[in-house]
Design a protein around this ligand. Structure first.
Ligand code: G6P
Length: 610
């Protein structure tokens, strides 16, 4: 999703802005641009369609220099990806602006501005904002007041960076609904959509809160809250290194992240287990009180995080005997729903900035929930700030758009949540110790599964020329199949759907032919025989089967049946284990197809707009 970088400094800020954009690439974008105020107090701008490397090239051939600047990677929402729709947008050579978010009342503002004599150069919702700031500057004393006045007119979500050539050493930033951080240097300040963008220049950050407006100069930073009261926001020292985002020799971030799962899982378990028991206080000070009262759990999330929720719901009902409902956040936020007594509301999110997940949490906070818990990978995110209880997944930064290690560490965290709640619903110490043992065995077992990579790479060759694929699973392995299908479609662009195996004959069987590979997840559990019958139905109709099965499940290779036998045994960790080969399958298919694996077309890592 759109990325913002900005800077006010003594030095030329163009290299900082370009590097910042490069570091924000992982968020997903289709065009990029940069504007600085040069020594003649003129705004200079370059914009491109395509990759940030192209912006570097353009900058090399016609360099811009200046101490104040803003830059942007755009993920098109209003108006197609093009140079003229790329940010920064400039009004009458005086005000330049970058924006992340969506201005919902842009049509009405555009009409008013056209009547007032403004001409539009783009189809974006953003251009009305830069015009509104310009318009306000005609009556307001300075850029800060003009931005305040302009944002009063806006409905929707925004993070903004604004510069004005008549105040060349000033940058005004504002946020409502879209994330923005301020980086503190020595005699210089920066803004960005996230801390990664700025790690090469600072480790000190202020996270703006919703409604904040920051007035930034080289030597001063003043922040106003949503009521325009002066506020002191805490300075956070980031522990991340600037090189956290390198590929460590792997060909893609996604592959690095798949292979870092044993370590990420071990990190997520660290300090969370003591004497074979889950440390409940890791969920927050009040966790014990809340979990004791919890009678029902409601989970809300998007994308891969939603799939983690679906698996957790199976665990919650089976282990803790607590009813658990899972809902896609974009659906839940607009639906009238009933909250039963003592229901815990759980949000799951890698980024903690997904607009729908945040909106669902806001709705939950106005409803009658017992408490709100965030399972999140980013400590300083909107989701963690807004939730009463927080459990961090400790996966480390995830750069590949297709989520992998965030998913498996979410599952580990959710399993700990299930045990923690189950403890107050009759789970014995011995049972808890047995579950803890399963958790602790995970890093090693995931590592074993990663060793199947060559076999999976070979299997992937069969998929490269296919246009559709069907994924089947049962019980807690249906969401595993859903996640496998999501991975395949998002990075290889092969249309892939997941179905509950029992639903096969209610529709999808009609699609099965030798051109439709069918992938099945077949652990040796109580549903194996049922699943085998479903697979027979596929085989009988000439379907090509790719089965991921336990060594003990007696699923054998034969014509049109390819089996990858996983050296395992069935326990509650199996959904996590079976996810890994499906990640690798999607990855290798995408490699064979030559797709842009870390930044798949049209997708964004952090979906900060609705
Ligand atoms: C985007 C990402 C997915 C992610 C989803 C939810 O679609 O590409 O990988 O699962 O957003 O994101 P969250 O940060 O809330 O987990």
């Amino acid at each position: 999703m759109c990325g913002i970088v900005g800077a006010v400094a003594q030095r030329d800020v163009s290299p900082v802005l370009l590097e910042g954009l490069k570091r924000l690439e992982y968020r997903g974008y289709d065009s990029a641009g940069l504007a600085v105020i040069d020594d003649n107090e003129t705004i200079q701008r370059i914009r491109i369609l395509g990759k940030v490397n192209h912006l570097y090239e353009k900058h090399e051939s016609s360099p811009l220099t200046g101490g104040t600047g803003i830059a942007h990677t755009r993920w098109a929402t209003h108006g197609k990806p093009s140079v003229h729709n790329a940010h920064p947008h400039i009004c009458r050579n005086q005000v330049a602006l970058v924006h992340n978010g969506i201005i919902e009342n842009h049509s009405a503002l555009r009409e008013q501005q056209i009547t007032a004599g403004f001409e539009f150069e783009s189809e974006t919702d953003t251009e009305v904002v830069v015009n509104a700031v310009y318009q306000a500057l005609e009556t307001e004393t300075d850029l800060l007041q003009a931005v305040i006045e302009a944002t009063r007119q806006l409905e929707g979500a925004y993070a903004l960076g604004v510069i004005n050539n008549s105040e060349p050493h000033r940058l005004v930033a504002a946020r409502k609904g879209s994330p923005l951080v301020i980086g503190i240097g020595i005699g210089e300040y920066f803004i960005a959509s996230d801390v990664f963008a700025l790690l090469p220049v600072t480790q000190q950050f202020i996270f703006l809160e919703d409604g904040d407006i920051a007035d930034i100069r080289r030597d001063s930073l003043v922040i106003y809250d949503k009521n325009l009261q002066l506020v002191d926001r805490p300075v956070n020292i980031s522990e991340l290194n600037a090189d956290v985002a390198d590929k460590s020799g792997y060909r893609h971030y996604m592959l690095k992240e798949i292979f870092s799962q044993p370590n990420a899982i071990a990190e997520s378990l660290e300090n969370r287990i003591q004497d074979n028991r889950i440390v409940v206080s890791e969920f927050g000070q009040d966790a014990e009180k809340v979990f004791k009262k919890t009678n029902t759990v409601k989970i809300s999330a998007c994308g891969t995080s939603y799939h983690a929720g679906l698996i957790a719901a199976c665990w919650m009902e089976e282990i803790a005997n607590v009813p658990c409902h899972v809902e896609i956040a974009s659906e839940y936020r607009y639906r009238k729903s009933v909250v039963s007594d003592n229901t815990l509301f759980v949000s799951i999110s890698q980024s903690g900035e997904t607009a729908d997940t945040l909106a669902a949490l806001q709705k939950a906070k106005q409803s009658d929930y017992l408490s709100t818990l965030a399972i999140c990978n980013v400590a300083e995110s909107s989701l963690t700030r807004e939730s009463e209880l927080v459990f961090l997944t400790h996966a480390g930064p995830e750069i590949g758009v297709a989520s992998t290690k965030a998913f498996t560490t979410q599952l580990v965290s959710l399993f700990m949540l299930v045990i923690a709640i189950a403890r107050y619903k009759g789970l014995s110490n011995d049972q808890e110790a047995e579950f803890v043992k399963q958790l602790e065995s995970l890093p090693g077992r995931v590592n074993q599964i990663l060793q199947y990579k060559d076999k999976i790479e070979t299997m992937a060759k069969d998929f490269a020329d296919k246009h559709h694929a069907l994924f089947l699973g049962r019980g807690s392995f249906l969401p595993v199949a859903m996640e496998g299908a999501l991975k395949l479609k998002e990075i290889s662009y092969i249309h892939a759907e997941a179905y509950a195996a029992g639903e096969l004959k209610h529709g999808p069987l009609a699609l099965v032919d030798d051109d439709m590979p069918v992938v099945a997840v077949a652990p040796n559990n109580n549903l194996l025989e049922k699943l085998k019958s479903n697979l027979e139905e596929v085989h009988a109709r000439g379907g090509e089967l790719y089965i991921f099965a336990d060594k003990s499940s007696e699923v054998e290779v034969s014509e049109n049946i390819h089996v990858l036998k996983i050296n395992g045994f069935y326990d509650f960790m199996a959904p996590i284990l079976y996810t890994v080969p499906l990640q690798l399958l999607a990855y290798y298919v995408a490699v064979i197809k030559g797709a842009d694996i870390d930044q798949p077309r049209n997708l964004a890592k952090s979906v900060t707009v609705e």
